[in-house]
Design a protein around this ligand. Structure first.
Ligand code: GAR
Length: 202
């Protein structure tokens, strides 16, 4: 199944998806970044994947940026969109156009800690367990139905950096697994708050 992957940074999740692509029946048609220096672009290049930097400074609004994004995505005729550390909020236009076709990975056990600085927030809230979630993207920020999660324990010696490392390691197996469910057509977004796996509500 054909997908485009959107990134903003290091792209370690992108790398794990590239490494697993053939095993999970995924064809990565294009990698798009909103950051020129995203290391993920280098990873895509090395894997001979078409990569594109869309410069936000060239657009006078989020909507104008998203129009360009839609145009690039549509040129590649993909079946779904994978957000892998993409640090922009997509406009409702994009989300409704690709309803049920956008997956995101978020570094917390949603619905806990949506938004930024999730590892610091988990430590400050004295959580014992933390982790990552993969969810369908809907208009509510980090609020679409959760498909699967992985957990890690927070040790007394952990800080945001060590915790981020532990969580990322889990992300690298979690995301390819969920993407495979998608390529196998086992996942479906029913409405803003409901998704199914093999016809069963998640
Ligand atoms: C990952 O931890 C991902 O969950 C998070 O950014 C990191 C990207 O790392 N995504 C978000 O925070 C999205 N709101 P990577 O570039 O090495 O894959």
């Amino acid at each position: 199944m054909k997908a485009v992957i959107l990134i903003s940074g290091n792209g370690s999740n992108l790398q794990s998806i590239i490494d697993n692509a053939s095993k999970i029946d995924l064809q990565i048609c294009c990698v798009i970044s909103n950051k020129a220096d995203a290391f993920g672009l280098k990873r895509a290049e090395k894997a001979n994947i078409d990569c594109i930097f869309i410069d936000p400074l060239l657009f006078d609004s989020n909507l104008a940026f998203d129009k360009e994004l839609i145009s690039v995505i549509d040129q590649h005729k993909v079946e779904f969109i994978i957000l892998a550390g993409f640090m922009r909020i997509l406009s409702p236009d994009v989300i409704s156009k690709y309803f049920g076709k956008i997956l995101n990975i978020h570094p917390s056990l949603l619905p806990k800690f949506p938004g930024l600085n999730t590892h610091q927030k988990a430590i400050e809230s004295s959580e014992k367990i933390h982790g990552a979630s993969v969810h369908f993207v809907t208009v509510k920020l980090d609020g679409g139905p959760v498909i699967a999660k992985e957990t890690v324990s927070i040790d007394p010696t952990d800080d945001a950096t060590t915790l981020a490392k532990k969580v990322l390691q889990k992300e690298h197996t979690l995301y390819p697994k969920v993407i495979q469910w998608y390529t196998q057509k086992r996942l479906k977004l029913i409405d803003e708050s409901t998704a199914t796996l093999d016809g069963r509500v998640l």
